[in-house]
Design a protein around this ligand. Sequence first.
Ligand SMILES: [Zn+2]
Length: 411
Amino acid sequence: MLIKGASLLRDGGLCQDMDIMIEAGHIVRIGERLKAEDDLVIDAKKMLAIPGLVNAHTHLAMTLFRGYADDMELMPWLQEKIWPLEARLKEEDIRWGVKLGCLEMIRMGITCYNDMYYFMDETARATKEMGLRAFLAGVIFDMRPEFLREAEPFIQRWKDDDLIRPTLGPHAIYTCSEETLIQVREIAKRHEVPVHIHLSETRREVDTFVNQRKMTPVEYMDSLDLLGPDLIAVHCIWLSPRDIGLLAKSKTTVVHTPVSNLKLASGIAPIDRLLHEGACVCLGTDGASSNNSLSIFQEMKTAAITQKNVWGPTTLMAEQVWRIATDNAYRAFGLNMGLREGAFADLVLIDLRRPWFWPATNMHSHLVYSMMGGVDTVIVNGRVLMRHGQIPGEEEIIERAQKQFLDLTSR
Ligand SMILES: [Zn+2]
């Protein structure tokens, strides 16, 4: 496959009329006037090629709950709305929720996502059918001890897959005992897989924990030897200065989910401080039940403008936000991604003939602050998932998701 005539982001400017050759799921050459070696040529004139975006934290099947319950306090929202619905979930709900979520992410230029939820074999199958890459963890908590027992077989079933990377998903420190977390750590070490957890999300979670254990949730994770590059810690909103130092020094991946945090009024994470200390920060949307979108572009803008509001207008400059959404995520998840020879052919073409990309001044600024759409083509592992805004099977997926939502809520 040859992508012809694309514009690339280079040193803050645009490098025009570049060709990208793809073979066996990888970018093999980037240059000018390359010759096509097979029939598939994608005309990318007036298109910007970017590497695929990573959604570093979501619960994709919850796309089926979008708009079902909004504008509530966190605990009543969970106890009265989300948990009763989750208790009735079947595999078929997961399938159509995941596919609906994949459609939306493809349209937003996301080619890889990191998820924690129920029925992960079905999530993996639906994701593979849609063609995306994913890091998947079955959620683990003590109320359902079988979830921990199922974690290792799940890893064994999926560890050699080309698109799916199995991980471990202890829900949070207040739903998992110390014994559970230690077992998770041992399984993670045995299989060299990341651990994905919600951490220090609400003030109440942190205050209650500090009262009981005389240490913060981050200090607790450190005491269990769980901090490190293989820990994906989501939210990290209520952090002490010592927590920030521990997360940074240990190279723990911190996933910032600003839209969901603001909508649930959980607080504003000290991202400026974390970056200042050298922490690895990535961006995620969280589930569509609390966001309600799956757009990393929206997270970029929201991250920047909320941090500026707290720390001043020079915090989180556009180019830095762009690096967080791309390079940081690739590094944190060990993804061989980027627009360079040898990387995965996971890339996105954006139609530049949209008003929000003009005048042609600063493309990083446009991508972070004014992007409102225009994702035209999405390629993952060398496979075209969307071309000129067309995704095969989209109409059926939307219809089936609607039917499944009605079935679930009347069950
Ligand atoms: Zn979450």
